[in-house]
Design a protein around this ligand. Structure first.
Ligand code: PRP
Ligand code: MN
Ligand code: MG
Length: 186
């Protein structure tokens, strides 16, 4: 494959669309968190592009941290059991946390993370999700800042991968069906 676009069927959200949505949310979050020295937390790896763009669009100072999580379960039904592959380097006690996520599907990853951060003594825990697939939601997650709602199609780009590929695409796109030909899309 010569070009990252070669296996893309069509674009769902353009680079400009992503940027303008992130600017809009960042303006609101900058007001809400002014004076609170928030800690932005991204779940690796998908949220890397979103936290980079979002943090740069904020007008207030923030701190950043990262966590690598893996959720176990049989292919289609995730158990909701999450294991920490790489933990934060920040003590979250008393901190105002804003989790930045690329996409919420079942909601299981974030439901677990919100509970975990509260258990560790965070003063508040809120979520910005760039993308949400309401059709696939299995558990309730309270999202404060919404990006785009998308249909139940397999999307890649702006951090989102298919089999670890396409994360560096600068827009959100739908793959040609032959690329994932019947694989489970989790
Ligand atoms: C994807 C995505 C979210 C999570 C959403 O991450 O980036 O973190 O799945 O799914 P859920 O709402 O059903 O829990 P993935 O586990 O593929 O890891 P990645 O970010 O490294 O791609
Ligand atoms: Mn992820
Ligand atoms: Mg992934």
């Amino acid at each position: 494959i010569a070009d990252v676009q070669d296996e893309i069927d069509h674009e769902l959200i353009s680079k400009a669309g992503i940027a303008s949505k992130i600017r809009e949310v960042a303006a609101q979050a900058s007001e809400d968190y002014r004076g609170k020295n928030p800690l932005l937390i991204a779940v690796l790896k998908g949220a890397v592009n979103t936290i980079a763009a979002f943090s740069q669009a904020l007008s207030i100072p923030v701190q950043l941290d990262f966590m690598s999580l893996s959720s176990y379960g049989s292919g289609t039904e995730s158990s909701g059991t999450v294991t920490i592959r790489q933990d934060l380097s920040t003590d979250v006690r008393g901190r105002h946390i804003l989790i930045v996520e690329d996409i919420i599907d079942s909601g299981r990853t974030l439901a677990w993370l919100v509970d975990e951060l509260k258990r560790r003594g965070a003063a508040s825990v809120e979520i910005f999700a760039l993308l949400e697939k309401p059709a696939r939601r299995e558990v309730d997650v309270d999202v404060k800042y919404h990006g785009y709602e998308i249909p139940d199609e397999f999307v890649v780009g702006f951090g989102l991968d298919y089999d670890e590929r396409f994360r560096n695409l600068d827009s959100i796109a739908v793959l040609k069906p032959e690329v994932y030909q019947g694989d489970n899309q989790a």
